[in-house]
Design a binder for this molecule. Sequence first.
Ligand code: HEC
Ligand code: HEC
Length: 330
Amino acid sequence: MWKRIILWSLCALLSVVLIGAAWAVLRKPAAAPPKDIAVLATPERLERGGYLFNYLSDCNGCHSDRDYSRLGAPVKPGRVGVGFVMPDELGLPGRVVAPNLTPDPETGLGKWTDGEIIRAIREGVDREGNALFPFMPYPHFRHMSDEDVEALVAYMRTLKPVRNPLPRTELALPVALMIKSAPQPVEGVVKAPVKSDKHAYGKYLVEIGGCMDCHTKQEHGQPVAGMELAGGFEFRMPQGVVVSANITPDVETGIGSWTEDGFVSRFRQYSEMAKAGGPPVTAETFTIMPWLATSQLTDEDLRAIYQYLRTVKPVSQRVRTHPDAGSSQR
Ligand code: HEC
Ligand code: HEC
């Protein structure tokens, strides 16, 4: 009698566990149907889209084939948006591949609708409704305005189609299951803040500019709460190691003592290099900070970013940005 009860209880327990496991594996992330939209490629949109793709939002940073042996890692000629397999050294939980975004129909986005591309960028699901690994910064891109994301799509359609077959992302467990909670539909109309509201506009740029992602330390793939923009995110690449800087207004360890003009010229330092191509990197200079790209941002945008960064919580955290270099402690 008791044996039976125990046996049945065990069976019941096992089925609950199995059903739970099946649910975790088969469950689809939250997703809304893609927008039914055909983006019109106006000259303004193409220009804005190019600005976002190449300068502000650093889509090149992950989706393009770049020359990491040179300062600022310029994109290799003809290799914009062709996709990239993240190097093992980065220590991501599995094989992470930033897909080909060019309009090639077989290996790129040629067959995707505009609505599907918009949904992938802001909501983090692919064409089949599967969750994308949030290393793709969609939790921040969800704040991108309708106008901006449409401009991006218009621009991406003009990229040279490049056939570049790549493997798919394959994440280790449990991360592969955990990411299913990350996608969230974007509802209603999304507008960018007006430029005259420097604080709100600067925050918007920091959000869609990837600054928040790279400049906030992560633990188990999650940003560490309270450490926003305080740096300390370590990027280990085959070419070297670099740690993101503290860009909170802390005077000792952040950029609290930087003036607005000093901030702008720190970026402008790379404007010429963006055209000519950077010199070979050393342990001292290797970086994944998109200096070449951000050197092309408008004055208005850099100043708004600075204004916003002045207002975030100062965090005291000393970062050695180039741990392999001799004495670059700051
Ligand atoms: C920090 C790296 C990173 C940045 C920056 C980034 N992406 Fe991604 N993106 C990825 C990765 C990795 C994936 C694939 C995730 C996966 O397979 O789960 C992806 C997926 C996508 C997809 C889905 C494509 C497909 O075939 O499934 C689109 C579209 C996309 N990104 C567009 C963009 C655009 C546009 C930008 C710039 C606004 C951008 N990404 C910036 C890393 C990045
Ligand atoms: C792909 C990752 C990445 C992105 C995106 C990124 N940064 Fe950085 N940033 C770094 C790293 C790593 C460093 C440290 C190495 C260096 O100075 O080149 C750095 C350094 C800096 C510095 C120099 C700080 C100092 O103390 O010298 C500033 C300022 C800065 N970033 C601002 C920004 C802003 C603003 C944005 C958004 C528009 C941004 N970064 C986006 C990775 C990134």
